[in-house]
Write a protein that binds this ligand. Sequence first.
Ligand SMILES: Nc1ncnc2c1ncn2[C@@H]1O[C@H](COP(=O)(O)OP(=O)(O)OP(=O)(O)O)[C@@H](O)[C@H]1O
Ligand SMILES: [Mg+2]
Length: 247
Amino acid sequence: MEEKVIVCDKLTKRFGYFIATNEISFEVNKGEIFGFLGANGAGKTTAMRMLCGLSAPTSGSATIAGYDVYSETEKIKRNIGYMSQKFSLYENLTVLENVEFFGGIYGLTDQEIKEKTEELASKLGLKSEMKKLVGSLPLGWKQKLSFSVAVLHEPKIVFLDEPTGGVDPVTRRQFWDLIYEAADRRITVFVTTHYMDEAEYCNRISIMVDGRIEVLDTPANLKKQFQANSMDEVFYQLARSAKRADS
Ligand SMILES: Nc1ncnc2c1ncn2[C@@H]1O[C@H](COP(=O)(O)OP(=O)(O)OP(=O)(O)O)[C@@H](O)[C@H]1O
Ligand SMILES: [Mg+2]
């Protein structure tokens, strides 16, 4: 049996009377690349923050790497990496200083940090940029660096909230090479994106509409279900049927 690293049952978050995440239920297997899709405001970031132990749910349950999102948030944080939608590195520190800082936070030894720094510099082709301020790097490099830092401590799961927003297509492909490498190392990847080509790269995807998960399956099965040629079309049809149900 596949090991489940995320198990989520009727997880809900209210802000006052507004329900941002509405009884979402799903499971994610170890080593899986799980795409978490939905239009702006659908509730993705809200859900992801609950799964990362950063925001307490209103109701429902979830375990992350076996730890409870209500009572074991510290253990969750030690077992995951998180790349937030808002850029998460320090722009006024150099690349090297960022790696050292986060390595320290994740509890790596000085020797491990040194090895990881060298590995990261050569993998990302950043050897001559290590002493530059992160703020001076192009966005695509910042994103790749941010991802590499999020998996520096080889977490069980990495949560990526629109990691490639605003980045050119070639850099996005390079970014996905990094994601696949992490998945090869059995790191589970939970990723939100608005790019439908990226949705196709996922093993399974869910699509949220107004706080609820409306569909969840492999990209191939979803296209079959909606008799669609592309994920774009699946997304569009789903949005249209949701609007009709509203009126
Ligand atoms: N702290 C908060 N207080 C009140 N409402 C909030 C709060 N955080 C989020 N919301 C609302 O919850 C809804 C879902 O927001 P969320 O950020 O989760 O969406 P999203 O799917 O991540 O969207 P995007 O694709 O634009 O990032 C939005 O209507 C948002 O305004
Ligand atoms: Mg968001």
